[in-house]
Write a protein that binds this ligand. Structure first.
Ligand SMILES: C[S@@+](CC[C@H](N)C(=O)[O-])C[C@H]1O[C@@H](n2cnc3c(N)ncnc32)[C@H](O)[C@@H]1O
Length: 168
């Protein structure tokens, strides 16, 4: 005589969980899931931290709409190429071809970034930074307040001024 429906419902999960027999489908599922998680991590997370010293690592925190609007205001009327540092995998590139640079990074990255930008950017470049101002450069202008505050720096005026500690 066949089992009633109650018996079948009780038996099936018990057999699945307690069985010591090899289960190729379950192994494939676990293998596939682990491979996908590793693939996503390797593609999106790993490159951001490759060869970057710990103090220069920046977590992913997206810009707010107000912050982006403030950046766009300080870029009004500007022409040429724009590089957004930190939009990609965290590696910095040859910046000499860019005359507009935006960055939303972290306090610890700002000082080394000052050195890199002033040595590579053309004279007509403008740099806009979000939330964390440069420690030594004097801003040309600023937009917004609090977490959404952004600062603009014109490289020519930075070069014309001796480096100083600026209190914002
Ligand atoms: C605060 S998020 C800003 C993300 C995006 N640009 C935005 O405004 O919404 C900082 C980004 O910088 C990247 N990053 C991490 N370490 C970095 C580094 N040392 N140099 C440049 N970018 C870095 C991260 O991957 C992250 O996407």
């Amino acid at each position: 005589m066949e089992d009633g429906i109650e018996m079948l419902l009780l038996d099936e999960p018990t057999r699945f969980l307690l069985s010591h027999e090899p289960n190729p489908r379950l192994n494939m599922l676990i293998g596939g899931t682990l491979t996908s998680v590793y693939g996503l991590w390797a593609m999106f997370a790993l490159p951001g931290f490759r060869k970057v010293p710990f103090k220069l690592k920046v977590p992913f925190v997206p810009s707010s709409k107000v912050q982006t609007r403030n950046v766009m205001k300080l870029l009004e009327g500007r022409k040429g190429r724009l590089a957004d540092l930190g939009s990609g995998d965290g590696r910095l590139t040859d910046l000499s071809r860019y005359n507009n640079v935006t960055a939303f990074l972290s306090p610890s990255t700002m000082e080394p970034l000052e050195v890199k930008l002033v040595s590579e950017l053309p004279d007509d470049a403008r740099v806009i930074v979000c939330r964390f101002p440069f420690p030594h450069w004097k801003p040309t202008s600023s937009e917004g307040t609090g977490l959404d505050q952004v600062w603009a720096y014109d490289v020519q005026s930075v070069r014309n001024r001796p480096t100083q500690n600026v209190k914002i």
